[in-house]
Design a protein around this ligand. Sequence first.
Ligand code: SF4
Length: 580
Amino acid sequence: MIVAIIDGYTDEPAGLGVPPYLGIYPRYAYGALKKAGKDVSIFYLTIDDLRFTFEGEHGIKTKNKTPNVFETRKILEKADLIVYIGGLHTPGKYLSAVPSQVEEVSKFIKPFKGIKILGGPAFMGSAHEGGTKIGSKELALANQIFDHIVYGDLEAFLYDFITNPADADPFRFRTYKELRDYAILGAEIVKQFPDYPVVEIESQRGCPKAAGIGGCSFCTEPLRYRKVEDRPVEDIVKEVEILYTLGVRHFRVGRQSCIFSYMAKPDGRVPIPNPDALEKLFMGIRNVAPHVKTLHVDNANPAVIANYPKESIRIAKALIRYGTPGNVVAFGLESADPKVARLNNLNATAEETYEAVKILNEIGAKRGYNGMPWLLPGINILFGLPGETRKTYELTYEFLKRILDDGLLLRRINIRQVVVFPNTPLWHMREKVKTEKHKTLTKHYKYKIRHEIDFPMLKRLVPVGTVLRYVRAEIYDNGLTYGRQMGSYPLIVGIPKEVELNRFYDVMIVGHGFRSITGIPLPIDINREHSKVLSYIPGIGRKRLIKILARRPFRDKEVFLNMIEDKKSREMLRDKIITP
Ligand code: SF4
């Protein structure tokens, strides 16, 4: 049997599968198919392979991938089974890979005769931008194109479908016991992944807060997983070990609603954290993957950290001890307005979130060896929720301003507009959603936050002269190269020239945007570097640049340094320039 797995990329509240991330769904699907049948040949394709094959180069954003058009078509022609994985629930800005929708993939796969299966969160619909209401259109189209739509776990369905098709139930969920073999066998799919993967590792499903007092009004996680299940330490460590043996060096233990609640004891709104379990988990990972280059996490509930500071400090220290710098935990504050928080059953108050930001700063703000602080919080803000008024925006702004004024660090502020998914509590309040009504307010405050909070925060986070290491060049745009470090919420770095893609660079930060930074690759060859790049160096103005260009080549770097008047800039450059 020939199976084509098409990865349409997934982005959910508690899970990411957009390259360079390799999500859980394709891996588990591959593993379940492997376990089900010895004579199954499985081909992993990405939506970019299909875009390239059927629409040509203009269909894809990445210029660094050259999928084999002939192979892709041939695989789809021969495939007995075509499994599409997709679903975009928390749309963001993507650098080099853009998630797909049912509508897009349908037009590519419709002519092929293989049995078509839809898996992942796509059955709930996809949102390419905030402020949308997801209707049943996507599902209706999916019903026309796909022979089976899987509402439960894709891997459970695929295993049953191969071994006992008559009994395959698209609503069935697997247990962690059942997952064990799928995860181990599925690791092998990384060999077909056309990129350096950051592998997303599952640690928990369901949401402890939602299990205690119900989910946040907008969230899809509790709809799919009503109970909280923690994945056993041994299973996670085993999966990491196999992936590591296959060459994976970048991991995010990210498929969870709150890493601080891993193996926590349920206790209503705020579960009691379990630092011993986290210590065991991360120590175990580090033992089997000693030379890991990225070990990060994703979400955390600030209420857990604020209410259990002692336990949370132990957990944060373990994340630093075994993890790698640049680690970020995203706090879902969503709104600093207590009225909105109550009405939408949000997980933490503004006071709790502030407290959690402070605690993480005390433990994690120190800069690590890759140039980024070890462990910082991020804040998620959601505009458009029911109950929102003009005052809500002001309260949220004031909350962020307080963090800035108190000298604390945030890695990122993620502002989204709410998306209404069917069957969420928000669906039943959909008439009260304010995305349309508050469009102007949203625009105004987004601008204000970007200019007055993000910009100075970014300057504090990575001041001019900071060296960020291992920045991977990903795409060209307008004479610039954009890249980022591997990991959780990496900063986008614009390099003011075209450098070879898919290589890692150390860059010195020379400028700040609102959400990205400008960096120049090190070391700086002052005799050969392009004048445009030199012009970005702090302390070199237009006039000085002309003098420097006229004076090249420099035999002695001191001669060059003496041309820079500003002492601070001179000292900053001393170990970053070369005169070959
Ligand atoms: S805390 Fe709220 S947003 Fe986060 S997973 Fe739970 S229900 Fe969803």
